[in-house]
Design a protein around this ligand. Structure first.
Ligand SMILES: Nc1ncnc2c1ncn2[C@@H]1O[C@H](COP(=O)(O)OP(=O)(O)OP(=O)(O)O)[C@@H](O)[C@H]1O
Ligand SMILES: [Mg+2]
Length: 299
């Protein structure tokens, strides 16, 4: 038997390769009521963990005008999302590679005009993102805090929301306001809650219970608990070193907690999209932005 026969035999013996259908794009927004509770760090670290698992991740920095995801990855963008409003600038021109498997769509820092975009302009930005969904498995939207127009618009693009709150009564009240507005005005039904930074776990447990009880009583929103992240000086050290803490200090208490959070988040499939479409965030907005589809129809 010669070499060719051998190869033929091996090929015939081998079971047919069944390609798994491509997974639908998953879009997760990270938001909060109160500012400074750790959204950007959570976004960057979730991205780092997903990328490590082989996902192609896009971080959309939606804190327009006050961007800082790029700082956590130590990259210096040349462009920002607002440049997409210029004729001839494409999303590919604006994206920056932050790490293997991670790209950032930067939001521009100190660009006040970006905080004042009207809905038409935001839709033009989204229209410029058409086609990007084929290049990524996961989009993480790092939003600003609160319930302003930009937050509603960008978080409204997601299938699910990671809601970060700190273990303080003010944060609890603001988190309730966010769930209320996002569920009633942006149709978001699924919220995954992370409490950060936590010194003592008991009051943090109590916070989730309280939030869950009031939202269950008054709102049509589903909350699930992702976990607590301890206050850990290594987070600050990692920011100073411009690296996600899960990469720089994988054994640090905060890193271990973030790994648990990510495991809980990603082990459940993305929630069913209410409108049935797989790439709904793009499709819904493309429809509104009237971007013609490849088949000639509107999205
Ligand atoms: N678990 C933690 N332990 C210690 N420090 C933390 C922890 N999480 C976040 N921090 C610190 O808190 C600060 C705010 O974090 P971050 O920028 O991620 O918050 P944010 O919610 O994105 O803020 P903003 O609302 O301004 O966008 C940073 O200085 C960060 O280093
Ligand atoms: Mg932030």
């Amino acid at each position: 038997m010669d070499q060719a026969d051998n190869l033929r035999l091996r090929l015939v013996d081998r079971p047919p390769v069944v390609e798994a259908p491509p997974e639908p794009l998953r879009v997760i927004a990270v938001t909060s009521g109160k500012g400074g509770v750790g959204k950007t760090n959570m976004s960057a670290n979730l991205a780092a963990l997903a990328a490590r698992a082989g996902k192609r991740v896009l971080i959309l920095d939606a804190d327009l005008g006050l961007a800082n995801v790029d700082i956590i990855f130590g990259v210096k963008p040349m462009h920002h999302i607002g440049d997409l409003l210029q004729p001839g600038v494409s999303a590919m021109d604006v994206l920056i590679e932050a790490a293997p498997n991670i790209h950032i769509l930067p939001a521009g820092s100190g660009v006040q005009r970006l905080t004042e975009l009207d809905r038409k302009e935001k839709l033009r930005l989204v229209a410029a993102l058409d086609g990007l969904e084929d290049h990524f498995d996961l989009v993480i939207i790092d939003s600003g805090a609160g319930i302003g127009d930009n937050v509603l618009f960008f978080v409204g693009m997601a299938q699910e929301v990671v809601l970060v709150l700190s273990p303080e009564p003010t944060s609890l009240v603001d988190a309730y306001a966010v769930v209320k507005v996002l569920s009633q005005q942006a149709g978001i039904r699924n919220f995954a809650v992370v409490i950060n930074p936590v010194v003592d776990e008991m009051p943090a447990r109590d916070m989730f219970q309280k939030l869950s009880t009031v939202t269950g009583r008054f709102l049509t929103a589903k909350l699930r608990h992702l976990g607590y992240v301890p206050r850990d000086e290594n987070v600050h050290r990692a920011v100073m070193a411009q690296r996600p803490v899960v990469d720089l200090f994988p054994m640090a208490p905060a890193s271990r907690a973030i790994v648990d959070v990510a495991t809980r988040l990603f082990s459940e499939p993305a929630p069913q999209i209410l409108e049935g479409g797989m790439k709904m965030m793009w499709q819904r907005l493309m429809r509104e932005a009237e971007v013609p589809r490849k088949d000639g129809n509107h999205a």
